[in-house]
Design a protein around this ligand. Structure first.
Ligand code: ATP
Length: 734
């Protein structure tokens, strides 16, 4: 990369457009004091992005703008444009020529333009760092600042050396990585905070979903149980109904057959019973009872009359009449005859026989007693008449009763004959009715079973409804459910129906318990919760994924930082070693002996001095040894010695890692003639690797330049630039 030109407009004393071409390795700028040479050096700082106004002898951006003079009005803006030949692509841009421009306006606003496009300062810095043009400005040595590197702190010195060693790009990368790491850590905290916020809600939703899943499992088990139960129940009911229908058929038919036979038998019996003259018998019995009553009334009255007669007899003598013997014998024979077969008679006949004997006895007694006459108040005659009348009455009634009894006996004998005929029919009727009763009992039992099955069927329907509500439509497929035994073989309908009912009852109880558990689980309709859980989980997973990504990028950033740190340390240490060789060599050249070197020192960062755990920062110390002198510190050096040491170090740095260009503003001011020559030799050497722009009053230095620019300032206060010959320049320098 080569510096082609610089163009200033309105920058400090360069009020008008001023252009310098750098076609030679060494360009020298000469001119009287106050003509504006240093302004030109500062214009390099300005365009390369210098942010410190102080290092450009200003306080604010406005100080960089032509401030006007009585002759030339002040400018509204200052601009400086550098043009590089980038054919070697030292600048990381795919252009052969790269122009870099900075403009500052009076309002302090800065603009950067890279190849005509506005860019950020950072872009400029990065592009330049790639070409070893660092921000520390180690390649621009301002007037009087040659020993800046000596007066800087070890830490600042280290930065300048890092810059000079071309490590700025690594530093930028490291800083960039550290910023990214910080940002990543911030993102991690944010994401973790979001996850923390999400966690309780997610926990709640997870619990809900777990509950729902458990109830789903329960529901599945319930479905399985329900399907088996319903299938078994439906098979049982169907088979049972079929069997019942078969069982019911026979008793029904038999029953209806018996109904016909019973009706027939009843009809037959009715006919037989109608033949028996029940009415006649009843009438005779009524008549018999009336006659008996009449007779007993007559007997009672007779008793009373006889009592009265006995009373009359006690009052009067009665005369007994002797009964002839044959009459008494006749009476005895009749009694004997009447009594002889009495034991063979039935009760009714016996009754008649006793009555007859009684009448006989009474008649005999009446014969042996004298008729009563009037006794006292008794009219014995009347009494006797009444007695006779009553005795006749009783006898008549007795014979009437006997006649009726005979009639009844005859009638009953007829009826008994008929009863024997109907007894068989009655027996058959009884048997038929008994069988019919048995059949009715059996049919009642069958009917009860029928009702039971109907109740079970209605319960099945109700269970199907319940199951459909709890499980859903899949319950409708219970008929297709395969009921298997413990070995997994499908059971036949007959096997299913044969199972003891208690097993189904147990299944139903189990189902009921499950229903209660399902209800207690309270999982209900969880579609909203499931949706929310899915979304929240997705969000949490996304955040977890993001955290993992962040952790990965954190790790890779840490690794990058570690690598960069290592590279920086290694390269820095190597660079310091190389610089030390050159430094010592330049130093010996300048001082005719002695030694100089840099050493890496470690110190705690200023703001963290109390924090012992913090890593220490590395700085760089300078140590020199001047021939024949015993130095106790850098501060003991003379101005010239400091300048020589600084120059030796700057040149050593430039030698190890040559910058594309080096601007030296009167760095040689303090050198004596001998050292000026050595200085001249050194810049001759340096020019092989870097373009040099030297502002000088030194003849020796000027003599090394290929191009000489003379700067003058007229009365208008504006710096003017012109190409001068060496002789003219020497004249100006003097
Ligand atoms: P020396 O050889 O003494 O170091 P020099 O050639 O380096 O001098 P500079 O320091 O570059 O001179 O120029 C200083 C001049 O620039 C001063 O006269 C100053 O007034 C002028 N100057 C500085 N800033 C401005 C500005 N913003 N507007 C106008 N003139 C300015």
């Amino acid at each position: 990369m080569r510096l082609q030109s610089i163009e200033l407009s309105g920058f400090k004393s360069c009020a008008k457009k001023t252009r310098l071409e750098f076609s030679s390795a060494i360009t020298s700028i000469v001119g009287p004091n106050g003509s504006g040479k240093s302004n030109l050096a500062e214009s390099f700082r300005f365009v390369l992005g210098e942010q410190s106004m102080k290092s450009m002898r200003g306080k604010r951006g406005e100080d960089m703008i032509w401030n006007g003079s009585p002759a030339v009005p002040r400018a509204g803006r200052a601009s400086v444009k550098l043009v590089f030949d980038n054919r070697d692509r030292a600048l990381n841009l795919d252009f052969d020529e790269v122009s870099l421009e900075r403009v500052v306006n009076r309002d302090g606003n800065n603009e950067y333009v890279l190849n005509g496009s506005p860019v950020r300062l950072r872009d400029i810095t990065e592009v330049l760092a790639h070409a070893n043009i660092g921000a520390s400005g180690h390649h621009i040595i301002s007037q009087g600042e040659a020993d800046r590197i000596l007066s800087a702190s070890p830490r600042e010195r280290r930065e300048m050396l890092e810059d000079a060693l071309g490590l700025t790009a690594y530093l930028y990368k490291k800083v960039d990585a550290e910023k990214k790491l910080e940002k990543t850590a911030e993102n991690v905290r944010e994401v973790e905070s979001l996850r923390r916020e999400l966690a309780p809600h997610l926990k709640f939703l997870r619990a809900q979903v777990k509950k729902f899943e458990e109830s789903q499992k329960l529901r599945d088990v319930l479905a399985e149980n329900y399907l088996e139960y319903l299938k078994r129940e439906s098979v049982y009911l169907r088979v049972s109904k079929e069997l019942l229908a078969e069982e019911s058929d026979e008793p029904k038919q038999e029953h209806s057959a018996f109904a016909g036979r019973i009706a027939q038998l009843r009809a037959e019996l009715a006919v037989q019973q109608n033949n028996i003259t029940d009415g006649e018998l009843a009438r005779l019995e009524d008549e018999s009872r009336a006659v008996a009553l009449h007779r007993s009334t007559a007997v009672r009255d007779l008793g009373r009359i006889e009592g009265e007669l006995a009373a009359a007899e006690r009052m009067h003598l009665s005369v007994r009449e002797s009964i002839p013997a044959d009459e008494a014998r006749e009476f005895a024979e009749r009694v004997e005859k009447e009594s002889e077969d009495i034991v063979l008679l039935d009760s009714e006949q016996m009754k008649h026989r006793v009555i007859a004997l009684t009448i006989l006895a009474k008649e005999f007694l009446r014969r042996i007693v004298h008729p009563m006459h009037e006794v006292g108040t008794y009219d014995t005659h009347e009494l006797l008449e009444k007695k006779l009348a009553l005795e006749r009455e009783a006898e008549d009634s007795q014979s009437e009763e006997s006649r009726i009894a005979d009639e009844i006996a005859a009638l009953r004998a007829d009826a008994d004959g008929e009863k024997d005929a109907s007894r068989e029919a009655e027996r058959e009727l009884y048997m038929a009715m008994s069988r019919r009763s048995e059949l009715e009992t059996a049919m009642a039992r069958l009917h009860a079973r029928e009702e039971m099955l109907a109740r079970e069927e209605s319960q099945l329907k109700s269970e199907i409804g319940d199951a459909a509500f709890l499980i859903g439509r899949e319950v409708a497929g219970y008929a297709e459910f395969d009921v298997c035994d413990e070995g997994g073989s499908a059971l036949s309908d007959a096997d299913i129906a044969d199972e003891p009912r208690v097993r189904q009852e147990d299944r139903l109880k189990k189902i009921e318990r499950m229903k209660i558990r399902l209800e207690e689980s309270g999982a209900g309709n969880q579609s909203e919760v499931l949706k929310e859980h899915a979304e929240t989980s997705e969000r949490d997973e996304f955040l977890a994924h993001e955290l993992a990504d962040l952790a990965a990028s954190e790790a890779s950033l840490r690794m990058l930082i570690a690598e960069l740190t290592k590279t920086l340390e290694t390269r820095f240490a190597d660079g310091i070693k190389k610089i030390n060789v050159e430094f010592d060599s330049f130093f010996k050249l300048m001082f005719g002996g002695g030694s100089a070197g840099l050493s890496i020192v470690r110190e705690l960062p200023f703001r963290k001095r109390t924090d012992v755990d913090e890593a220490v920062e590395e700085g760089v110390d300078v140590s020199i040894s001047i021939p024949h002198k015993q130095l106790k510190g850098m501060h003991m050096l003379s101005g010239g010695e400091r300048a020589l040491t600084s120059i030796a170090l700057i040149f050593a740095m430039s030698q190890v890692n040559p910058p594309p260009f080096l601007i030296l503003d009167e760095t040689d001011a303090a050198l004596d003639e001998a050292n000026s020559r050595r200085y001249g030799d050194m810049i001759g050497n340096l020019a092989r690797s870097s373009q040099l722009i030297v502002i000088t009053h030194n003849r020796e230095t000027m003599s090394r330049a290929g191009i000489l620019y003379g700067v003058t300032m007229g009365r208008d206060g504006v710096s003017k630039l012109l190409s001068v010959r060496f002789e003219d320049a020497v004249a100006v320098a003097k």
